[in-house]
Design a protein around this ligand. Structure first.
Ligand code: HEC
Length: 182
């Protein structure tokens, strides 16, 4: 009598072959994906990681310049609140962009060629990125709230809060070098 269905033994072997082929297909797909990610233009974390770090440091330097003017003006007698609000607005914009400049290739450590990766950011950022992201967002909101202050006193209050946000974030997410002796 003709047997149409394969023997149980062959069915097991066939099943194993399917599993092996599927595994192979997944592995090939994964490695193809990895390789193609390397080649996709625009993934600047991969091929321009030094520039990404420099960009986020420049963003912070821009924030610092605005903040310095705000704080100095608030110490003076007649701060021009409208000008200071425009500066707070720029800080808010920059703080909104900032946390998007942290691809994993820019973690502190040693680059493939043995050179140190030039960042003062701490690993804590990548260990719980959502926490870092939330803090950056909160600081951007604080800066924005300063732009909405109805009175000079309210603005002053928000500026203090913003300074607290800078320092609070740096305490955890930036490794500050001790000042070198003169
Ligand atoms: C959400 C976290 C966060 C907030 C908020 C924040 N910073 Fe930073 N800041 C960082 C990190 C992280 C670095 C290190 C960047 C690097 O070296 O890759 C940094 C670096 C800096 C630097 C050094 C830049 C350089 O050239 O290396 C300055 C100056 C600075 N911040 C000023 C400020 C000021 C002023 C504020 C508040 C108005 C502020 N930051 C708010 C996280 C923050």
């Amino acid at each position: 009598m003709l047997r149409i269905s394969p023997s149980p033994k062959r069915r097991v072997a066939g099943g194993l072959a399917v599993v092996a082929l599927t595994t192979l297909a997944v592995m090939v797909a994964a490695s193809t994906k990895l390789r193609s990610e390397d080649r996709v233009p625009g993934l600047t974390g991969i091929d321009r990681s030094d520039d990404v770090i420099a960009a986020r440091q420049l963003v912070m330097d821009g924030i610092e310049s605005e903040m310095m003017v705000i704080e100095l003006a608030l110490e003076g007698n007649a701060p021009q609140i409208d000008d200071l609000k425009a500066r707070a607005d720029r800080i808010s914009t920059l703080l909104t962009a900032f946390p998007h400049l942290f691809p994993p290739q820019t973690k502190p450590g040693v680059a493939a060629d043995g050179s140190p990766i030039n960042t003062t950011a701490t690993l804590a950022i990548w260990q719980d990125f959502d926490a870092f992201y939330g803090i950056a967002k909160g600081a951007a909101t604080t800066a924005y709230d300063a732009t909405q202050a109805g009175t000079a006193d309210k603005f002053r209050e928000q500026a203090k809060k913003l300074r607290g946000a800078c320092d609070g974030c740096h305490a955890v997410y930036m490794k500050v070098e001790p000042p070198s002796p003169p």
